[in-house]
Design a protein around this ligand. Structure first.
Ligand code: HEC
Length: 94
């Protein structure tokens, strides 16, 4: 998927560090569709308040498969430090 590819290039150009890692991962992979924790593609399916955030297991599983136009993020799902940072970050969205 084109979206996914170009975001991947962006991602590799940005140095990720410490507690900003989750925010950076979100910005580079999710914000195009989920700016502010909302959902510009499917407004009735925002990240904020999503039941997919209930546990890390659930979140990981969700990221591992595609959902309509949302591509899978298997690479993030299998990268524990990046996954943890992203999971902690999305839970702070309000
Ligand atoms: C190309 C646009 C796009 C990108 C990029 C994207 N998403 Fe999504 N996301 C969607 C769409 C569309 C849905 C609704 C899917 C459906 O119909 O079930 C969704 C649904 C979700 C949901 C579930 C919301 C609910 O209804 O409970 C979560 C959580 C989520 N996305 C997280 C993420 C995260 C985290 C990333 C980045 C790693 C990301 N998304 C990247 C488009 C995107």
């Amino acid at each position: 998927m084109i979206v996914n590819k170009s975001l991947g290039i962006l991602n590799s150009n940005i140095a990720l560090a410490g507690s900003d890692e989750g925010a950076a991962t979100f910005k580079n992979n999710c914000a195009a569709c989920h700016a502010g924790g909302k959902n510009i593609m499917s407004p009735n399916k925002p990240i904020i308040g999503s039941s997919e955030l209930k546990s890390k297991e659930k979140f990981t599983k969700f990221l591992s498969t595609t959902h309509g136009v949302m591509p899978s993020f298997a690479k993030i799902a299998s990268d524990e430090p990046t996954l943890n940072g992203l999971y902690e970050y999305v839970k702070t969205l309000k």
